[in-house]
Structure formats: structure tokens, C-alpha cells
Design a protein around this ligand. Structure first.
Ligand code: GLA
Length: 391
């Protein structure tokens, strides 16, 4: 698809900055959104189901091949927002620098190479407005924005699922976070005005309309999370539960079966499994609530999900609990929960659209009164998934 300057002013500006920096126009532009997880917490790597939404906050990239750059092996990246430049050689990618943003790009190239696709040297300018370390998947947005560009530059022609898996392998193998596929799939398969229902066993993905008359409000606890250690630990507990219960994944365990065989599991492992099994059941109930327009039930499921995160999975934190509690006292509230890996970041609230503005004000004011932190509550809209344009 050819880029039209009217599509996205931030992307048009990025293309102009690319021209100013490199003396030639970019060949490709891309945009890939962050996501909110709405129901189904830590179910993806348990082969379960999730309802998520791609948001109108995204990573944006302008890129062009640059075979002239040194011996055709050097890539140059520049992050406009962080004002940080990175340069690396395509034959020297085994140097993951802990915590560095370029890992999310270098790790993708490694994965393309492992699959037999050669990525040519390129220059890229990167920008984005997905809050970092907040639980909105800024890293997956960057990966998917880059993945669609690398897919084109290397002529790999991978499908969306293959691209999502490349992003996941980058996280698992290069960055060292043993995350599932939720963030990448959400970033690729979003649709304006729609939620995304994903099944992580069959990889069936479909869009479902947003519940009528509602919006999502996001409030940032400003507690920064670091997924790697605690996330990996939670994942190991789920795998231990599945192993002991003799199933392929927790997807195969019903709430009844778990209660029946509770005694075989360590107490903490039981609670981790209870969260995941409960979440999978809540996604199924949520699907029905959406189909029948039962907003109250859908909201209740979200709040129950949070309760289970707090008690069973222990991936919330006092600040997020506070945001969820405050929400319940404000008119327009339907439900609220932690979103994503956890241990900080954002809370997501389902709110009556007509009450959203005042809800944001009241939530922000009360959280600030209790903590001194500005959580910047805002309404986010459901947006389209990753898009690639020729410039
Ligand atoms: C993070 C991971 C996802 C998923 C969520 C929790 O966002 O990247 O794969 O596991 O946490 O649901």
C-alpha cells in the first residue's frame, strides 16, 4: 500500500525527519499499536484464550535499505523520543546489551536469519507514544512495527502468525523474557472499534465489537514493572501444575478438576493454576456477556479477574489495587483490573462512555490525593493492527 500523507501526521513528520537526517526519503513506513489485555491474564502461554484490544498508541518506523553503509553490513537506528542512536553490524548480533531498546530489533533480525531470510543493511528512525514499562506492550509494538518492515526488506513474505512468533522468539531467546504471543498477536490483529478474541491453542483469532456505549479508561500507577524474573517464575509454576496434573497445558484443566486434585499441588502452585483456569472460564463467560450485551456482567468479570490476580497470582501491587478500588466508587464504573504481565503498570477500567470524562477526573484526583502520583487517566480507543506502507 502506498502511503498517503493524510494517514497519520506523526508518521508523515517521521518521514520528513528521515529525509532530513539521511538525505533521501524512507522506502517504508510502519505503525503498530500497543494493546490492553481485557480478560485472560497469563492464559496465553497456557494455551488458553484472551480478549484484548489494540489501542490508538503505537510505535512508528521510517526505514530504507542502505547497502552503501560501510561494507553493506551496518544498520543505523535512531530513536527520536529518547534521542538515542544505535549502530550494529549484521554479522555481529550476538551482543544483547541488557535493557537496551535496540535488542527488540536485533533479536528480530537474528530470528529472520535463523529462518533462512537475509536482512539487508538498513537505516531506521523510530518513534512512538505507547507508554514504556506500563503494561501496554510498547516492546511488542516496536517489534511488530519492525517485523513488517523486515518482512518486506528480506522478502520473507511471512504470515501474521509467523511474524508474531518471530516477535515472541525475540523476547524469549534474545531479551530473555519467556512471554507468550498475546502482545504480538494483538498488535497485528487489532481493528478500530473492536476487541480481539484469541485462542492460543488453535490460533483462531477474531474481532468482536466493543461493548456498546462503553470506553476503556487507563490509569497508570507509575510503578514500573520489570517482567523478566517474576514473569518467568509465574510461568514455571503454571508448567509445574500442568506437569503434575498430567496435561499438556492448563487449558486442559477445568475448575472442577483443579479443585478435585488440589491436594497434589504445592499451595502456591495451586493458586497460580487457579488464576489461569479461572481466567479461561472468565473469557468464555465474557464472550457470552458480549454477545448478549450484558455490560454489568462483563464488567464484573473484569473486577473478578483483578481479585484473582491479587490473591492467587500475586501479580498486582498496592497501587493498582487502589486504582481498581477507587474506580468502584465513581459513577460510570463497570469493571477494572490489572492489564498485562503485572507487578505495576496500568489498570484498565470499563466505563460508561457518557461518564468517562468525569470518571477520569475523579480517578486521577483521588489516586493523587492518596499517593501523590499523577496517574494521567485517559480514554483509549480500539485501533487497527500493524500496517506497512511504501513511501
Ligand atoms: C505479558 C506477556 C504476554 C502475556 C501477558 C499476561 O504482556 O508478554 O505474553 O502473558 O503478560 O497475560
Amino acid at each position: 500500500m502506498k502511503y498517503d500523507r493524510q494517514v497519520d501526521s506523526a508518521l508523515t513528520e517521521l518521514a520528513e525527519l528521515f529525509l532530513a537526517r539521511h538525505g533521501h526519503a524512507p522506502a517504508l513506513l510502519s505503525r503498530a499499536p500497543g494493546r490492553l489485555e481485557i480478560l485472560g491474564n497469563h492464559t496465553d502461554y497456557n494455551e488458553g484464550t484472551v480478549l484484548s484490544v489494540a489501542i490508538n498508541r503505537a510505535a512508528r518506523i521510517a526505514a530504507a535499505p542502505n547497502p552503501e553503509a560501510k561494507d553493506g553490513m551496518v544498520c543505523r537506528l535512531y530513536d527520536i523520543k529518547g534521542r538515542s542512536a544505535r549502530e550494529f553490524r549484521l554479522d555481529d548480533l550476538d551482543n544483547c546489551r541488557h535493557g537496551d531498546w535496540s535488542n527488540y530489533i536485533k533479536g528480530l533480525i537474528v530470528e529472520f536469519n535463523l529462518q533462512g531470510f537475509k536482512v539487508p543493511a538498513f537505516d531506521a528512525l523510530v518513534t512512538g507514544d505507547v507508554p514504556l514499562s506500563a503494561g501496554m506492550s510498547s516492546s511488542a509494538a516496536l517489534e511488530m512495527a519492525m517485523c513488517v518492515i523486515l518482512n518486506n526488506l528480506s522478502d520473507a513474505r511471512l504470515t501474521w502468525l509467523e511474524l508474531a512468533k518471530i516477535g515472541q522468539s525475540c523476547e524469549n531467546n534474545y531479551v530473555g523474557a519467556h512471554t507468550g504471543l498475546l502482545d504480538q498477536i494483538s498488535s497485528l490483529k487489532g481493528k478500530a472499534g473492536q476487541l480481539i478474541y484469541s485462542d492460543f491453542r488453535s490460533f483462531e483469532v477474531e474481532n468482536v465489537p466493543m461493548p456498546t456505549g462503553t470506553v476503556f479508561v487507563v490509569a497508570n500507577s507509575k510503578i514500573k514493572h520489570n517482567l523478566t524474573n517474576e514473569y518467568n517464575e509465574r510461568r514455571e509454576a503454571c508448567e509445574e501444575a500442568a506437569r503434575i496434573l498430567g496435561v499438556k497445558a492448563l487449558r486442559d484443566v477445568s475448575p472442577e478438576m483443579l479443585e478435585h486434585r488440589k491436594g497434589e499441588l504445592r499451595e502456591v502452585v495451586y493458586r497460580r493454576a487457579k488464576h489461569v483456569v479461572g481466567e479461561i472460564a472468565r473469557v468464555a463467560a465474557g464472550q457470552i456477556a458480549l454477545a448478549t450485551g450484558d455490560l454489568a456482567l462483563f464488567g464484573k468479570l473484569m473486577t473478578e479477574s483483578h481479585e484473582s490476580s491479587r490473591k492467587n497470582f500475586e501479580n498486582s501491587c498496592p497501587e493498582i489495587d487502589m486504582l481498581v478500588e477507587i474506580g468502584q466508587t465513581i459513577p460510570g464504573f463497570l469493571g477494572a483490573r490489572i492489564s498485562g504481565g503485572g507487578f505495576g503498570g496500568i489498570s484498565v477500567h470499563l466505563v460508561q462512555a457518557s461518564a468517562a470524562e468525569r470518571y477520569c477526573e475523579a480517578l486521577g484526583a483521588e489516586y493523587h490525593r492518596q499517593t501523590g502520583i499523577d496517574s494521567q487517566p485517559m480514554v483509549l480507543a480500539a485501533a487497527d493492527g500493524a500496517t506497512l506502507w511504501e513511501y
